[in-house]
Design a protein around this ligand. Structure first.
Ligand code: GTP
Ligand code: MG
Length: 284
């Protein structure tokens, strides 16, 4: 757990465009057999090893991905889609903790308690129809207005119907410099490729997960302290060794003096039965 970074991805889009199916395809390798409208946002977790973007020349990163599936309408507690568009949010990640999840209450079914304090990536899903695409683009406008180009954004065509203008979404994504992906949520392989592309892009923007870096610094500090403790233990060992050697030398001097004075060598009550026995065996 200690070497995991926390990434987060939020899935947005109009009603019934396939958000829940997509998330389940990725996390559970299966879509819900009985589809249900999502009434409350849901959090899913998955641990993965993410390769670095090609230009970074860095090793793969182990991450815990927190995926937020949202409700297209307003949920029972009054939360609407506008509550999911900001990068910053109240998360439960303990910034001072040296361990991921350290100091956090464990995720719980039925409790919306995100760990990450930032939304790092947004998937804007649409079902292929013009109206659904318009909804996704409107969401992108609002995300950009609130967060600039900070987070990773991917426009996702979940082709549940034949798009009237198949190139419109791709053109939009190219113009705006965001990712674009075309799939069917039921296609597990493509879904994996989609998340992989988004997570690699997040890896390429360390500012998004810099809280993790802070944790790393804290962890480093702990390791330094441990190292210092180790050093002082080593020093203690040296002192003990020196003291033992001095005591042995003093003992030898004392014994030599006793032999010279004609006193028998047996000593009783040295506090170490083995040592006393040793003297007896030597003598008898
Ligand atoms: N054929 C097919 N159907 C899909 C696919 N993805 C989703 N669906 C269907 O589309 C419907 C809506 O899917 P959901 O995943 O519940 O969509 P959602 O966006 O989460 O819906 P809300 O939470 O109600 O907004 C369900 O009947 C799914 O079975 C797909 O890739 N192929
Ligand atoms: Mg849903």
């Amino acid at each position: 757990m200690a070497d995991l970074e926390l990434f987060s991805v939020t899935v947005l889009g109009g009603a019934r465009c396939g958000k829940t199916s997509l998330v389940n395809a990725f996390v559970n390798h299966a879509c819900p057999s009985v589809p249900q409208e999502t009434e409350e946002p849901q959090l899913y977790y998955k641990t993965l090893s993410i390769p670095a973007p090609a230009e970074l020349n860095k090793p793969p990163l182990s991450v815990l991905v927190e995926i937020e599936d949202t409700a297209a309408g307003r949920s029972a507690d009054g939360a609407g889609i506008e509550d999911f568009l900001d990068v910053h949010r109240d998360g439960f990640e303990d910034e001072e903790s040296t361990e991921l999840l350290g100091g956090c209450r464990a995720p719980q079914v039925g409790m919306y308690r995100p760990l990450s304090r930032r939304r790092m990536g947004f998937l804007l899903l649409f079902d292929g129809s013009e109206a659904s695409l318009a909804e996704a683009l409107e969401l992108h406008g609002r995300i950009k207005e609130r967060n600039g180009d900070g987070p990773v954004v991917c426009l996702v065509a979940n082709l549940l119907c034949e798009p009237s203008d198949p190139l419109a979404a791709r053109r939009y994504a190219e113009e705006k410099g965001i990712l674009f992906f075309e799939l069917q949520g039921f296609d597990l392989k493509k879904v994996k490729q989609l998340f992989r592309a988004v997570l690699i892009a997040i890896y390429g923007r360390p500012k998004l997960w810099s809280l993790g870096k802070r944790r790393k610094r804290a962890r480093q500090a702990t390791e330094d302290i441990d190292q210092t403790e180790y050093d002082s233990e080593v020093e203690d060992e040296d002192l003990v060794r020196e003291a033992t050697q001095r005591a042995q030398e003093a003992q030898e001097v004392r014994e030599a003096a006793k032999v010279e004075a004609g006193v028998p060598m047996m000593e009783v009550g040295s506090g170490h039965p083995g040592a006393v026995l040793g003297h007896f065996h030597e003598r008898y």
